[in-house]
Design a protein around this ligand. Structure first.
Ligand code: BES
Ligand code: ZN
Length: 465
């Protein structure tokens, strides 16, 4: 077992400061790799990113493996065991969302560019930049103290943005190797600039594509319109029947398993310093809407929703074309809260859509990824250690929030490994994740690294569970 040289957390922090600009340059190298997991033409790039991440761990002297899956590879690395200290599993993802629409980027998506204190690139915050903070904090410990104060295991995957379809199998097959006391994930946001957050809840998701087919080919809408069911009309009617004007999802049984928000939790959410005006300004809208009876913060993080994610049918070219399209399709998803079961929802949804299907149309419903929502316990000693690390790294205590996005593997860590996850986000709500001009504040990147370095120290002071 390696001895920690008179480990001074201060020396670790100084190292982070001294090497700050090299850390940024290294992150830029990773950001130049076009690891879009959804794009099969970029398979090679995805692998290149995996290899790059694996090389980082190897350079730190960690035991590293590039693990093959039926999809994109998983990078696993681990440092030596530390007697009496907890084992920490860091999860992150090196894959990114497609960069489209390309012409809306001020600087190209895969040419990382520094502007106004931010680093702009696809994946800057989600999740290459955030994930990398936990690699650099380990480097700082290894180079100053000679060893890490806790055992770190890293699980960095390449399919998060496409539903982590091979991850559960990997976790099940590698239970022993992944054995740990706590998981750490940085793939969320701060509550606001300079207001760090611990995220204790995430929504789940149930994602679908609905394809409708009518006549055997496109028809003249003058000759046939009025007599033939138009699949595009049918699609919008069916989709709009899935939610009512009060923002309530109309799939039978949809709310059956939804736990009501407690008075205390609603109170706690209401006490967060949230400005609707600022929120509207950020996204460029003049009004907000959603499920009646809930506040904006509740609606976007702790209540289930329905959103159409893509619509395709008919003529999309220049000018007008009077066509009655033969086909129409939509991608849509529900965000779920804990206890809602995506498979149960699929069954009820299929039944509801079949009932809504007008004559003369056939339907096909494909189920993509699904995962329930999660809430993690707030009263654990790990949470307290994380809060202390954040206080040291950010100079103020975190607020506790739920977020609306999904990280499906958090459920798997609980179900398959029996461990809870600390969701410690270094991003900002206006980082443009999944959108053009994604960014990561350079200051947040460095605060993330320093907080991560404090976290290993704080966790090492805990008794092993
Ligand atoms: N980093 C996000 C998750 C996230 C987003 C957490 C916003 C909190 C707030 C992650 O990379 C992501 O986008 N996940 C997908 C999961 C889906 C593909 C199963 C999501 O939420 O859409
Ligand atoms: Zn992410």
């Amino acid at each position: 077992m390696p001895e920690t040289k008179s480990a001074s957390p201060q020396a670790v922090q100084s190292y982070c400061q001294e090497h700050a600009s090299r850390f940024e340059d290294e992150l830029c190298e990773l950001l130049r790799i076009e690891s879009v997991s959804a794009d099969s033409t970029r398979r090679g790039e995805v692998r290149k990113a995996a290899q790059w991440v694996a090389d980082q761990f190897k350079k730190l002297g960690l035991k590293t493996e590039l693990c093959e899956t039926p999809g994109h590879p998983i990078v696993f690395a681990e440092s030596p065991a530390v007697l009496g200290a907890p084992v920490v599993l860091v999860y992150g993802h090196y894959d990114v969302q497609p960069p489209d629409p390309l012409n809306e980027w001020i600087s190209p998506a895969f040419e990382p560019t520094r502007r106004d204190g931010n680093l702009y690139a696809r994946g800057a915050t989600d999740d290459k930049g955030q994930m990398f903070t936990h690699v650099k904090s380990a480097e700082a410990w290894l180079k100053t103290a000679g060893a890490l104060p806790v055992q770190l295991k890293y699980l960095i995957e390449g399919e998060e943005e496409v539903g982590s379809r091979n991850l559960d199998e990997f976790i099940e097959a590698n239970r022993d190797r992944l054995k740990c006391d706590i998981v750490v994930v940085s793939d969320t946001s701060q509550f606001a600039p300079d207001v760090p957050a611990v995220t204790y809840g995430l929504r789940g998701i149930a994602y679908y594509e609905l394809r409708l087919v009518g006549p055997k080919q496109d028809l003249h809408s003058g000759t046939f319109g009025g007599a033939v069911t138009n699949p595009a009309n049918a699609l919008v009617q069916m989709l709009s029947a899935l939610i009512d004007e009060r923002g309530r999802v109309q799939v039978p049984g949809f709310y059956d398993d939804v736990l009501p928000l407690t008075k205390e939790e609603r109170q706690q959410i209401a006490e967060l310093d949230f400005s609707e005006a600022e929120f509207m300004r950020q996204i460029g809208v003049r009004a907000l809407s959603g499920e009646n009876g809930f506040s904006t913060l509740e609606r976007k993080s702790a209540r289930p929703t329905f959103d159409i994610n893509g619509l395709t049918s008919g003529y999309q070219g220049e000018g007008a074309k009077t066509v009655l399209p033969a086909k129409a399709s939509a991608k849509f998803s529900f965000r779920l809260v804990p206890k809602q079961d995506p498979h149960k929802i699929t069954q009820a949804l299929r039944g509801a859509l079949e009932k809504l299907l007008p004559p003369g149309i056939t339907m096909e419903l494909e189920e993509f990824h699904g995962a329930p929502g999660v809430v993690v316990p707030l009263d654990s000693p790990y949470m307290a250690a994380a809060a202390r690390a954040i206080e040291k790294g950010f100079g103020r205590a975190p607020v506790y929030i739920r977020e609306g996005g999904s990280i499906p593997v958090v459920n798997s860590f609980k179900d398959l490994l029996g461990v809870d996850t600390l969701l410690l986000g270094w991003g900002q709500n206006d980082d443009n994740t999944h959108s053009p001009n994604e960014k990561f504040s350079i200051a947040d990147f460095h605060r993330g690294i320093r907080t991560s370095a404090w976290l290993w120290d704080e966790l090492s002071r805990m008794k092993r569970a």
